[in-house]
Ligand binder design. Structure first.
Ligand code: SF4
Ligand code: SF4
Length: 251
């Protein structure tokens, strides 16, 4: 998921300076998980903006409806088309992906150019939970995990080194930059050793294909997912959520 936290309110108010009619829209995807775009967050934001004298229209996407999935989120935009046409700004409570997808839809499909400003700061692709998360992937475009014992050098190494450790690894195996954490490359080495794949460590590797990270990256899928049939066909699988041992998060 894309971790995110709400920007300081002063920054948000600064973006909305001189904008009287504001649409506050929350995302039902990651932003709902991180409480930066769920119903409560949108309601609180709307109240705060009303205290500033603004006229606020709320758009709340339910859990599972992500702002960036425009075929779903556009239905909620269309429901509030009039308010959007008359708005001075839309405050988007999502990651930057949602902000840009919604801005493009408003400009091209609703036909108005208004400020679409972010309420949140996106902090990276993270995993874990339910409370603590760790950045795991930088979406570099050519995954190296098959060569690095499943440990991402870009997000685990403080310097993002792809071809082995720097010269600063501490004697106790900790990182030069952050003595609190283990050196990523020591971890990779030790994990390869446990897996009996240490020989791989010495293999010459092709350079990382940074060309895969050219921006913006575009891609296409053959068939768009049908959310209704996908959810219905997975209903029995959802029952798994109600069984099994309770996951206890480590301290
Ligand atoms: S190597 Fe690239 S794609 Fe693979 S986990 Fe790391 S950043 Fe993500
Ligand atoms: S000590 Fe290890 S984790 Fe830290 S910067 Fe150097 S190679 Fe990366």
């Amino acid at each position: 998921m894309i971790a995110q936290e709400q920007k300081p309110i002063e920054e948000i108010l600064d973006y909305l300076k001189g904008k009287q009619k504001v649409v506050a829209m929350g995302c039902g995807g990651c932003a709902t998980f991180y409480h930066t775009g769920d119903k409560k967050a949108v309601k609180e934001m709307a109240e705060r903006l009303r205290k500033e004298g603004k006229e606020v229209t709320e758009i709340i996407l339910p859990l599972g409806v992500s702002a960036c999935e425009i075929d779903m989120s556009s239905k909620f935009l269309e429901k509030k088309r009039k308010a959007i046409e008359n708005a001075d700004a839309l405050l988007m409570m999502s990651c930057g992906d949602g902000v840009q997808v919604i801005a493009e839809y408003i400009e091209k499909r609703i036909g108005v150019t208004i400020a679409v400003v972010p309420a949140n700061d996106a902090l990276g692709l993270v995993g874990g939970g339910p409370k603590k998360f760790k950045e795991t992937c930088q979406m570099c475009g050519q995954c190296e995990l098959g060569k690095t014992a499943g440990i991402c050098p870009l997000t685990s190494c403080s310097k993002g080194l792809m071809n082995g450790p720097c010269g600063g690894v501490r004697e106790d195996g900790k990182c030069e930059v952050d003595p609190e954490k283990d050196c990523a490359w020591v971890r990779i080495y030790e994990r390869m050793e446990k897996m009996g794949e240490l020989a791989k460590f010495e293999e010459m590797r092709d350079p990382h294909a940074w060309s895969r990270a050219k921006r913006p990256r575009l891609f296409e899928i053959e068939e768009p997912v049908n959310p209704v049939s996908t959810i219905l066909s997975s209903l029995p699988a959802y029952l798994t959520l109600f069984g099994g041992p309770k996951y206890e998060e480590e301290e």
